[in-house]
Structures are given as C-alpha cells and as structure tokens.
Design a protein around this ligand. Structure first.
Ligand SMILES: [Mg+2]
Length: 352
C-alpha cells in the first residue's frame, strides 16, 4: 500500500522581530526599520521591515553597510525576551492544530497536518485559520505554504510573502517543480547554483534531463538529492521536539582559497551570518565555538573550543590551528556555536 499523500504546512512570520517592534510602536510602521546590533559594536542586521528592504537592506548585513545604504534607517536593538514570548504564543497556536510541529527558529515551523480531522481536512482552511489566529492573538502576520513535502511547503510560504498563502496541491506538484529555478531548491547555495548555471541547468526541468550518474559525478551525494528534488520528491518527516545542538553556517567557495590570509578574510562575512543566525534563534545559551575547514583534497577538519565567545578573534584563532594541520588550499569554511543542552541549562538554574 502506498502511504497517503502528506499535507505539510510551513508557517513563517513576516520580518518577525521588526513586526513585533512595529506592533508595539506604530510610528515605526511606515519608515525603514531594522532590528540589530550597533554600528559601533560592529553589529549586524537581524531583521528589517519592507520599507528598509527597498534600500537593499537584508538580514545578516553589517549594520554599518545598512546605514550607508539608508542613512535615515531607524535601528532598534533586539529584545529577545519579548520575541520569545510572542514566539511561544504562535507556537501554541500551531499546537492547537497538531502536535506534529517542528520549529525551525523563533518565527518559523513545519506542521504535518495529514491526519488533522478538523477543517474537513483542508490544508487551505487550516492555513487560513493559522493566519487569522496569529494576527488576532499576537498582531503578527504569518505567511503559510501548504504542499505534500517540506521543501515545497517552504518554497510556498515564501511565494507570496508578506501575508501570503500559497497551496501546492499534489496534482500541481509536477508542473510547479518543472518551472522552478534550481536556486530555489533546498541545499543549493551560491556555489552549487553557479555550477548548475555553468552547466546550463537553470530550472528543475533542465535538471530532470540529466542522468543520475552525471549528477553523482558532479555533485557527489548531493547529486541524488538534486535528482529527487527536481522530481518533487522529499520524504523528510516533520521532526518533533528535536533539540538543537549547534547553530552554524558554511560556504563552499567558487575557487579554492589559496592561503591562510584569504581564508581569514573569508571568515569575516561568515561570522556576520552566524551572528545573525544566532540572533534569529533567540540568542540561546552557548557552550563553545567551532571552525570547520575542508581542503582541496576533500579532507575535513573541525576544531572546537569550549570556552571561547563567538567573535571573529576566536574563529581566527581556531582557523589558524586548523589550517596548520594541512597547509593546503581551502574549499569550504564553516563556523558555528555549540548550544548548551536543555539538561545543562536546567542544572544552571536549579537552586543549590
Ligand atoms: Mg520569518
């Protein structure tokens, strides 16, 4: 027996932190607004509203750069306690619909609503209900995508943002995916995107024309994933109660970085991205930092330090040591933080 077609929702608040600030101070509503660290503290933008985006500002951008693009930008420091409260309210709404909720960050989650009996089983109605309840109870607009798989639900929630609702029913998956630009696929970053581009592969239809062997040759294990995604296949389940163990970002470079100096330089934007990602996750308590380096011969080394703070100096220090292990050109760099486990966190707050 074939399993029933799944119904997956991806719900994602629109410019969440900025939306909370605008809700609490309506005078910020129609002016360019960003939530982030200060220019003096070498901070980055965590979230910005749509008027700010018109100036080309986006999350993970250094605040100094954002202020050059838009000198009249209003900058608000993040208030994570407040965002965590609103997030808890929104997650509670998701849980009224189904226990199968997988939060991805404070403002984003997958829901498996395949077995939900209410709403006559209509994913569209469920999505409408989520949007209405979130707005009524928290004042925040949410974009929702509905589809038979996670990667399509996520693409769908982004399709008509802000305040969007996009449904990709099973019978439309094939047509939808055919015309989908490959850069929209889960896991296709700038390097893979450029490579596909150079191979003349722009849409999933082009990807489908490729034999699996060629994709495996060119992309390794990820070739199989590309083969499947371009056919709309993504069996990843919605995972409940996953405890996050780390937050990290990594980049594969178009051209290998020849020496340590260029690797050190490439670490700067990565650290900014990491900082923004940590903030998007509500700045959880951390236990240490790590650097991952893959060399041109595909050997990979990870160096980790428990006590260090996630600043550029710490990552440089680890990179220097990691690079000394091989002295080779660098293909991939990653930086991340280990999170304190829930257990360790509770022990910290227990009375002695
Ligand atoms: Mg969001």
């Amino acid at each position: 027996m074939t399993p029933p077609v799944r119904k997956i929702l991806h719900a994602d608040c629109d410019c969440f932190y900025a939306a909370v600030e605008m809700r609490d101070n309506p005078s910020l509503r129609d002016i360019p607004l960003a939530v982030g660290g200060s220019r003096e503290g070498r901070g980055v933008i965590t979230t910005c509203n749509y008027p700010a985006r018109e100036f080309g500002i986006h999350s993970a951008m250094p605040t100094a750069r954002a202020l050059r693009l838009c000198p009249q930008l209003t900058l608000v420091p993040p208030n994570f306690d407040k965002y965590r409260d609103v997030s808890a309210q929104i997650q509670a709404i998701f849980h009224e619909l189904t226990p199968l909720v997988e939060p991805l960050s404070l403002d984003e989650a997958f829901l498996d609503v395949t077995d939900v009996q209410g709403f006559r089983g209509s994913a569209t109605w469920m999505a409408q209900w989520i949007k209405a309840e979130c707005l009524a109870r928290t004042g925040i607009t949410v974009s929702v995508g509905a589809a038979p798989s996670k990667f399509l639900a996520k693409i769908a929630s982004d399709w008509e943002k802000p305040d969007g609702l996009t449904v990709i029913p099973p019978e439309r998956v094939d047509t939808f995916v055919r015309e989908l630009p490959v850069k929209k696929l889960h896991g296709v970053g700038p390097a893979t995107g450029a490579k596909l581009d150079a191979m003349g592969i722009h849409h999933c239809d082009d990807l489908r024309a490729q034999p699996i062997d060629r994709l495996l040759d060119e992309f390794g294990k990820f070739g199989r994933r590309l083969y499947e995604l371009s056919r709309g296949v993504d069996e990843r389940p919605v995972r409940v109660e996953r405890e996050r163990k780390s937050i990290s970002v990594e980049t594969t470079f178009h051209h290998d970085l020849p020496d340590l100096a260029s690797a050190r330089e490439a670490l700067v934007p990565l650290c900014e991205k990491l900082k923004a990602r940590i903030e998007r996750n509500g700045d959880p308590p951390q236990a240490g930092v790590f650097v991952k380096v893959r060399f041109d011969d595909f050997t990979t080394t990870t160096l980790e330090s428990r006590g260090l703070e996630p600043g550029l100096e710490s990552f440089w220090q680890l990179l220097d040591q990691a690079w000394a292990r091989a002295h080779r050109p660098v293909r991939l760099l990653g930086v991340g933080v280990r999170l304190l486990s829930e257990e360790a966190r509770q022990q910290l707050t227990l009375p002695l």
